[in-house]
Design a protein around this ligand. Structure first.
Ligand SMILES: [Zn+2]
Length: 271
């Protein structure tokens, strides 16, 4: 059955709230998912799918091309700005303080730029504004991407000198701080266990704009529901979390843009 989401969200007034976001919240900032047609990338005469480019094996065989793709994407993210949905999540965090955790699958860094607190947030797929030594010579230390990178043209080769600038002090290349399709979640890099613990310990979990195509969001949903939490799904379309919500006594589905539906929840939660 489907409930009134505004009634369920009231449990977060005194309790713990987890919000888990996916590409849907960044769509209103104009950021494409990079899993669909926008993610295709041409190298020479060949077209690569995102599932091929976003891999450790691609980075090992053609690091310059993988960096060209990520630098292009970084330019798209830097040109975008947080939208009202991101701002509402900051308002909710300010109201709940340590009773709030944000889990995001997005690597665009827009939640941080909007003002969410790093210690209350888990960027479980990384953040495109950071890189790290490919040989891990610095352990888990992250390096910020240079501010003054040239714009990357989809049709042009990587400008000269870029790969040298992206080297670690130890002489190895650095790599994007992003979880790739052929890699596993690691707490030290992505706070994935922290994210699961927050889900297991919350009173309400809200899924926003995610299709659940990776394992962590679905596990978070299971952990939350097993411990008695209410589940709210905000999405434009049907998805696995809506199906999950339909089967729950304490599940609700909201259809619409992330910002419009968050406005409704925030009005009730913060009134
Ligand atoms: Zn190094």
């Amino acid at each position: 059955m489907s409930n009134d989401a505004t009634k369920l969200i009231e449990r977060a007034r005194q309790g713990r709230l987890v919000i888990l976001t996916g590409a849907g919240i960044s769509a209103e900032s104009g950021i494409p998912t990079f899993r669909g047609a926008e993610g295709y990338w041409t190298v020479g005469a060949r077209e690569y799918h995102p599932q091929e480019m976003a891999t450790l094996s691609a980075f090992r065989s053609m690091p310059g091309e993988v960096w060209r793709w990520y630098l292009y994407r970084l330019g798209v993210c830097r040109a975008a700005a947080p939208n009202p949905g991101h701002a509402l999540i900051v308002d909710i965090e300010h109201a709940l303080g340590d009773r709030f955790t944000l889990i995001t699958q997005n690597v665009d860094g827009l939640h941080l730029r909007a003002g969410n607190t790093p210690s209350r947030m888990c960027e479980v797929h990384g953040n495109i504004e950071y890189r790290r030594c490919a040989k891990r010579c610095r352990g888990d230390q992250l390096l910020r991407m240079p501010i003054d990178l040239p714009a990357i043209d989809r049709e042009q080769p990587l400008p000269t000198g870029i790969m040298e600038r992206l080297q670690c002090d130890c002489g190895s290349p650095t790599r994007p701080h992003v979880l790739w399709f052929d890699e596993y979640y690691e707490e030290e890099l992505y706070r994935s266990s922290t994210a699961e613990s927050a889900a297991a310990d919350c009173d309400v979990i809200v899924f926003i704009g995610t299709s659940g195509s990776t394992s962590l969001p679905m596990r978070a949903a299971s952990l939350a529901v097993q411990s008695g939490a209410a589940l709210i799904d905000i999405n434009l379309d049907d998805n696995p979390f809506a199906n999950f919500a339909r089967g729950l006594d304490d599940g609700a589905i909201m259809r619409g843009t992330a910002s419009s539906q968050l406005r409704i929840l925030a009005d009730r939660l913060l009134e």
